[in-house]
Design a protein around this ligand. Sequence first.
Ligand code: AGP
Length: 613
Amino acid sequence: MCGIVAAVADSNIVPLLIEGLTRLEYRGYDSAGLALRDDASGGALSRFRSIGRVADLAEQAKNQSATSGIAHTRWATHGIPSERNAHPHMSDGIAVVHNGIIENYVALREMLLAQGYVFSSDTDTEVIVHLIVHLAKTAPDLFTAVAQTCKQLEGIYAIAVIRAADNCVIVSRHGAPLLLGLGDHGNYAASDASALLSVTRKIVYLEEGDVAEISLHGIRLVGAEGALLKIGVDRPIHISTLSAAEVEKGDYAHFMQKEIFEQPEVLAATLEMIGGAQSLSPNIFGATAPDIFADVNSVLILACGTSFHSGLVARYWIEQLAGIPCTVEIASEYRYRVSVPNPRQLVVAISQSGETADTLASIKFAKSLGMEKTLALCNAPESAIVRECALRFLTRAGKEIGVASTKAFTTQLAALFLLAITLGKIGRRISAKDEAEYLNDLRHLPLAVQKVLTLEPAIKIWAQRFADKHHALFLGRGLHYPIALEGALKLKEISYIHAEGYPAGELKHGPLALVDEDMPVISIAPNDALLSKLKSNLEEVASRSGELYVFADADSAITESARVHVLRLPEHYGLLSPVLHVVALQLLSYHIALVKGTDIDKPRNLAKSVTVE
Ligand code: AGP
């Protein structure tokens, strides 16, 4: 979703703003822009905007020089992607960039129109800049005008503001992420640390309602209640461990491909804490986990998209290993429905980014219903979702840049398996022997995934056959039904082929009507208790001239024929089999998208971090 970079430094900041925006491209955007304050002219603002890529904006601004400025990538919410709707928005010598949605913008717009302000875009954001101008007429300084403006905004925002007359940038956030960067030659703000890697690793995460004035020599920071805060005391300084290699493609053609191949490594990192242990401690979820888990009688998982799918797999594991009910809900639905709260339920929020607005709101909603036993399962340590929950487990997938989630998903699965074992142990459903065996299986998982990656050449050949397809069906059963959903999501996200995931037994209740010679049916067929049932479902497809692409285990006993193609995964992996099968489906989607020539890492209309509703 939108990205912000802002800087005040002792030398030209234009290259940094452009580099920062380039680093934020992965978040998804449709236009970009920047506003620069020209010291030479005594502070005039110049603005550049482009509906193309950041590279086009860089071309426009290549001869510019400034020591302060704000920059933005926009993902349209209000108003089509166009130059007039691109940020920064300007009014009377002030420029604003904004990430989020202002829910009361209609009322504010009417008030400002009545005051004579002229609007030149269709965005919700433009009210912010006019309101700042309006309030600055009576406020002692820009900082106060911005703080007063924020008090009137309803909704979600991270903003950066610059004024021709001041050599500083004012920033604030509520609901959307924004952090400060402390450098040796300047001070900065950005949506995430990757944008500032070339100038600093010293990061301060802003809290809800914080307002900061960034200048060359320091940062003035005021909290939501108006108190002056000390950086390093009230807001800790974190040293970002993000490496340049994490945000670069290296020898891979796309971030998605790199991230698929990083899975053995990041699974090992996520599971590092189990070392050679034969037994798990609940403390891996937080110091208070033993007390919280001891009283838990069920689990509610809240998540969106791919993270929702990992929750669906976890439901099978938790009910089987821990013997307690587990429900999984799409966060954007749960937050608005009337449900029956259960204070003894463990509420688990799963999120790669930790900033997904719906997931964050759903966890707040659960808490408002009296459900305080909350656990964040997240890939971003200081994210809003982590801070909102009583317990946390941090996956160690590293930065995921490709919009289509891959390594974040498999590390979530590893973490959720640890949760299922832990709950099973607390509920005395798992013997010490079984626990030790599950931990051994987890330890072997990176190697097992590595073996699946060797299927890439064969998957590439399959991918060629999908180039002219418009639809695809993914089938799975049991634990692998959510993997069918995830396979379908991956394919539609990056190849734009319409795909549906179904539990194979459901086929005859409707979707079978879609099957013909043009409909590839991708099936996940591990050698488990449901294999014989699945085979009957595959027969139903074959007898309607459907073309089957089957990911089987070595011993699945599925016979190949002209219209039944079979790829065998190197080993059968029991309860952890979904982790292996999804890797094969990720590779399939990737190579189909490659054949189709789509923008794999930045698929149309999508954003990496969905910070609006
Ligand atoms: C997956 O490929 C997605 N792009 C998307 O579904 C994503 O998983 C979803 O938006 C949730 O994001 P989160 O894990 O950061 O909360």
